[in-house]
Design a binder for this molecule. Structure first.
Ligand code: BTN
Length: 234
């Protein structure tokens, strides 16, 4: 594991993608990013004070891609646990890739596959307090508590926690992890809109299932949905 630190960089995920001879858990941390990337081609606001980092995970050929679809959930749970352990706060996990605190987004995860490697990018709002047009939707640890935090300390704790949770996952403890995750499921009981399919459906979100999919109650039916199809109704 090596650590690369930058004051500013285009994107920590991109840096790892371009890095030759990558090693497991190589870590890139930046104070700001000029082209921070979010999921589905979105831009990730990368102001100073945020935790902006990426690390490398080698694909284990024993594990199927279906199993690996659970990776963002495991990463999200690790972020949540790390914050809980060092700060005593109680964030929630918003299936599939986000962490919410007091109803607003605190952290997002971008997992990219590059050859035999996964590049795991995490943005977590720590001491940054300005969210411009996202003010109603995003928050930071400082905004919620008034305190400043050690950015590196939080980043290292998240990685330490990920190693613990990933080890549990490899040891076939997914069922137990899932129970824990469902106890902090932000979407549970919320009215959600399902998009990305022919019809536009609305329903009530239920649990995250063994498969990593989310169950949604639509009328008298219970349906299962994949990543990226769910939006919360306002
Ligand atoms: C999302 O919520 O859409 C995912 C956001 C992921 C942002 C992080 S910041 C560090 C890493 N580098 C990037 O360019 N993106 C990820």
């Amino acid at each position: 594991m090596r650590i690369f630190k930058f004051d500013t960089i285009d994107s920590t995920n991109k840096f790892l993608k371009n890095l030759k001879d990558r090693e497991e858990y190589d870590l890139v941390i930046a104070k700001t990013q000029s082209a921070g990337r979010g999921r589905r081609g979105n831009v990730w606001l990368s102001e100073e004070g945020a935790g902006l980092f990426s690390f490398m995970l080698k694909e284990d050929k024993e594990i199927s891609m279906e199993e690996y679809a659970k990776l963002p959930i495991i990463i999200g749970y690790s972020i949540l646990k790390a914050i809980e352990k060092i700060l005593g706060l109680k964030p929630l996990f918003k299936w599939t890739n986000d962490i919410y605190l007091n109803g607003k987004k605190l952290s997002g995860i971008l997992v990219e596959k590059d050859g035999d490697n996964f590049i795991i990018g995490i943005g977590i709002n720590i001491n940054n307090v300005e969210f411009f047009e996202l003010n109603d939707f995003a928050t930071s640890l400082k905004k919620e508590t008034g305190n400043d935090y050690g950015i590196d300390e939080i980043i290292f704790k998240i990685i330490e926690e990920f190693k613990i949770q990933y080890e549990r996952f490899l040891n076939r403890e997914w069922d137990i992890i899932l129970k824990e995750i469902n106890s902090v499921n932000y979407l549970f009981g919320k009215r959600v809109k399902v998009t990305g399919i022919k019809e536009n459906l609305e329903g009530i979100a239920g649990d995250i299932l063994e498969s990593g999919k989310l169950e949604v109650y639509i009328g008298t039916e219970v349906r299962e949905f994949n990543i990226g199809e769910i939006h919360i109704c306002k």
